[in-house]
Each structure stands twice: as C-alpha cells, then as structure tokens.
Design a protein around this ligand. Structure first.
Ligand SMILES: C[S@@+](CC[C@H](N)C(=O)[O-])C[C@H]1O[C@@H](n2cnc3c(N)ncnc32)[C@H](O)[C@@H]1O
Length: 249
C-alpha cells in the first residue's frame, strides 16, 4: 500500500519508518511512504506556501496553488487510481477516526494525506482536491503531520504481513468492539502481586474463557457505550453477568 504525505515537515513524517512495525513494513516493501513538500511547487524566490486570511484576523492560511500542484503531481507520478485511492485532509473538523474506519481505509491501494499548518488550508483546495476529512479527536494540534503518522501506523497494522504472528491485531481493543483483556509477563510474583492463577494453569479453554470475560468486563467498566452496540451471545452474557456480580460483590 502507498502512503503519500504532503507536508512542510517531511523529516518529521519520515521518522515513522525509522523504526518499529511500520519501519519493518517499509523495509519489506509492504508499504511505501513518500513525503512531498509543497514548497517545491512554488514559483517565487521565497517559496511561499501561506498568506494572510481574507477578512483579517491572526494566523496564516495555506495557499491553494502549491497544495493543488503537489497533489496533481503525486497523482500523475504514482498513477493514482481514483477507485482505490483517496485524498485525505487531516482536520479537527473531519470525521473522528476509529478502528472501523481504519479497517476500511486499509483496503485502499493508496492514500494521499494533506498535513495542514497555521490556521489550516484555503477552503477551495478542500472543495476541489480532497475526498475525505479525518480528525484524531476533539482537540487542536499545530499540524497535520502527527495525525497523518497516527493514521498510517493504525492502517499499516491492518495490512496482511505487517504484523508477525506474535503481534496479531485480532485481540486488540476495538477489533471486535471490545477492549483487550489484561496482560501479564514474568516474573509470576512481584512484590505481593501474583499473576492470576488461571493464566499459569495450562488449561487453554479456561484461559480463553477468562480472557473473554476480562474483555467483556473491562468494556463494561470503561466503555459501556461499546457494549450497547453489541449483540451478546448467551455465553458472553453469562460471562459478563458473572463479572458484574463479582465486581459488585
Ligand atoms: C492549528 S490547526 C488549524 C485548526 C483550524 N483553524 C480549526 O480550528 O479547525 C493546523 C492543522 O493541524 C491539523 N490538525 C489539528 N488538529 C487536528 C485534529 N484534531 N485532527 C486532525 N488534524 C488536526 C490540521 O491539518 C490543521 O490544518
């Protein structure tokens, strides 16, 4: 899968492929990350990419032409397919990103991200060149680079071959509308804190059941909104009722 990021700070975005899971995926050519600097698409000596806001007020706005020319060049150079690729503007005004959206976006062949700066980008660029706007949450960051990096990381994890067997995403929070169960590693006893006995019992059926119950229970405790959207099986209902009874006790 191809990720192209339009950014004034390519060194920041490129740090994503310097290490970790995403770095390994890039090394194995499972993903490709390329940054494009709109300053390289300016015509003036100062490489101007921003200007004052019409109507006055503080802050600069990113101009249409450098962004538009960058996106059009990316599309041409990378043979962009409009059916399977999308142009995404990172914006606090966009739809809030969640795991379901991440899974959908991972089916694309190419994503072109536009990282805004200053007060944002000229609205006419969004109207003519952008397919979708995505937000990380209800807060404002100083640029779209971190949101682009977050999206690329989350999406890359969904691409077959990016995670090794041991890192499978299936059990992760939100993959099945539930939060993940708690995890423990060695030593078995630290200070007076012991790993739950079931996890060292060797009984795989019991371990699976315990994990499922913890997942359901955690979601009930921390994110009841997720449970409301779920149709629980009889077995899950029983596990959750038991958890609630024990917790209340
Ligand atoms: C300082 S912000 C501009 C905010 C804009 N004036 C507003 O209030 O909607 C600069 C850039 O950071 C990025 N950004 C900021 N917060 C974001 C968020 N929550 N999600 C995604 N991108 C964000 C966008 O690309 C935006 O153009």
């Amino acid at each position: 899968m191809r990720f192209d990021v339009v950014t004034l700070f390519p060194e920041l975005v490129n740090s994503l492929i310097a290490s970790g899971v995403v770095g390994r995926a890039a090394g194995q050519d499972i993903i490709n990350l390329t940054c494009w600097n709109p300053r390289n698409y300016t015509q003036d000596r100062h490489q101007t990419v921003d200007d004052r806001s019409y109507g006055g007020g503080p802050g600069m706005v990113m101009k249409v032409e450098p962004l538009r020319d960058t996106v059009r060049d990316i599309k041409q150079q990378t043979v962009f397919n409009a059916e399977t690729g999308r142009v995404i503007y990172l914006s606090p005004q966009g739809k809030r990103l969640d795991q379901a959206a991440v899974k959908e976006l991972a089916k694309c062949s190419q994503l072109i991200f536009i990282a805004g700066r200053y007060e944002g980008v000229d609205e006419r660029f969004i109207e003519t060149e952008v397919d979708e706007e995505w937000s990380l949450g209800d807060y404002v960051l100083s640029g779209g680079e971190l949101p682009a990096m977050v999206m690329i990381d989350a999406i890359a994890r969904m691409i077959p071959g990016v995670l090794g067997d041991e890192e499978s995403a299936e059990q992760d929070s939100f993959m099945n509308q539930l939060l993940d169960h708690p995890h423990y590693t060695r030593p078995e006893l630290i200070d007076d804190l012991k790993v739950p006995a079931v996890l060292t019992s060797g009984n795989h059926k019991k371990i699976e059941q315990w994990r499922r119950q913890q997942s359901l229970g955690r979601t009930w405790l921390r994110r009841p909104d997720l449970l409301n959207e779920l149709e629980l099986s009889d077995a899950d209902r029983k596990l959750l009722d038991q958890f609630i009874a024990e917790h209340s006790g």
